[in-house]
Design a protein around this ligand. Sequence first.
Ligand SMILES: [Zn+2]
Length: 686
Amino acid sequence: MEADPNSVVCARFIYENVFISCKPIHMQVIINQVTSKQHAAHKEMIYCGGRHWLRVYKVSSRSTIPTQQQLFKQTTKFSDSMNKLVSFLLFFIGSAAIAQPLAYTVANLHAHNDYEKPFPFWQAYNRGFGSIEADIFLQEGRLIIAHDTVQVKLGRTLDSFYLKPLQVCLQKNNGYPYSDKNQSLQLLIDIKTDAVPTIAALLEKLQLYPAIIHCPAVKIVITGNRPPETAFAGYPPFIFFDGELYLDYSEQALQRIVMLSDDFKRYSVWNGKGIIPQNERMVLNKAVAKAGGLHKKLRFWNAPDVLNAWYQFMKLGVDYINTDHVEGAATFLKQLPDRSYTASSVYNTYVPLYKNDGKAARVKNVILLIGDGTGLAQWYAGYTANKGALNVFKMRYTGLSKTSSYDSYITDSAPGSTAFSSGEKTNNRSVGVDHTGKAMTLLPDILVKKGISTGIITSGDISDATPADFYAHQAERTNSEAVLNDLLQSPIRFLMGEPSPKANAALLQKLATQFSIVSNLDSVTPDPARKWLVTEKKAGLSMLQGRGDWAQKAFAKATAILSQNKNGFFLVLEGAQIDHGGHENKLPYVVTEVMDFDQTIGKAMAFADSNGETLVIVTADHETGGLTLTDGDYASGYTSGQFSTDDHTAIPVPVFAYGPGAQLFSGVYENTEIFNKILAALGIKK
Ligand SMILES: [Zn+2]
């Protein structure tokens, strides 16, 4: 983009513009005061994204460095006449670029030294690369694909390795390189021998492939040894050139240049770890702006080629990511939409009063919130997406729960929550029974003897393992009919969630002898004489599918019913689908579920503050997905991560507690301790 004087705007406007309209691309601005070295007054332009350019002035002396407040005042009066007076630098930090990672696809990948791969051309082509590189030597009239003269001896030709395969693809796709007609392919030919004779031989060869040279979606681009730029125009129109970014080309030469490449080391010594140092990033931003200003694609070679570097290059707005990792980079970009999330809206978190928080005061009610599959990474992804705020992170008492089951290092949900309801480790798949299959006394059974009522809410199937752990006794969690039948022996006041497909008419008839069965939360009344079974389809929708505030509404209904008991209550609420997102390795699924779950946590904290006798505990039965966070930005709510498995992991999960008795939950302990701590908080002996 040219530095169009009309798009040069005053610094204040830029400053505001960056914050207001550039938020989605998480651009940040800082004002950086420059050293006291005597600089000659010097100005230059910095490309800020969009149509905006910024004039930058270096400092002439320390005394002229304005404070931030002065700076704002000065910038409002910014004009050409102020040039000598205003002395500051604006630096862009963070992901100060035009692009968002999510805009990138495999088409942005360039297969560097592709000819060295076990399957040249095909490996990159089959993954949808936008650019593929072949190095060629002219050897006795033949164009040999090779890296050095040793490889030349192998006699692999450009024909057999690139031109013929490409022709096959064009035939298959009716004249286009890919089945998607909008996807183009660049064949970057790196000339290793003398430019003029090698390109002459190449032209001769290409004449044999009219489908290639006439295809508008295929670009043959020459790099390596190139003729002088004055000769570019003399080549046939299907030949293009890769320019060198640091050079300035004539208008005529630029007409034949489609890409600008350069040695990354010319701009930065960054090794791919962490973020690019600020001063080097500025240089790189300028380089990106130069290519963008000329409407040329940009590629850096000799650049870090690891996951973190790919993220950073996307943020810089580098068009082609130069990679030797065909498989890894393609997988990374293909998965990126499922591994990244930017919240479309955020919610305000509750401001806790910390009423009796961590005090050995009376605990009348206990609210246990189980985020199925929620480890620290899931929480932190939600925290980032909500722009640096979570209700649960306002809880002051935290611990770690070890989740292994009786018979497995890695638990499933059945023993995971049976540990909470019984205080015992049992086998995977077992619900409310011990490892020998014997039914155990569960928390609701113990509490009902003290006059304390229990209610259960889940954003999943009412017969799923986590809710069932509090009312059923079955060695196999999927025996849903038997699980639901156990409700007849359970003292729980209500169960709310998604209908179970196993709840047949006969079973429902039996359950109806004890429960008022309704298919909508709105039908529930706080009638103290009734037990409720809410089987609502909406409860089982994911947040992305439109569950909305169902869980928060269910929580409100639940506390309205349970609060009538002057002896207190025990409420279990499961955020069931955080686990589903983990199994599917979908970060948007995980994060939207965490954000919903956390909003209910906020309601629970507010409820606790309303009476000062409620203990709120938030934990998980296990972690799901082996999630780790590899990129993110608080300002925009963008977060990106990688999963290591599509199943549960053994990593301990956080426990958060709020209200009286919360102090009991500090430390690192087995999941069974949560049962003991709940009883201890309530002052009940098992
Ligand atoms: Zn699971």
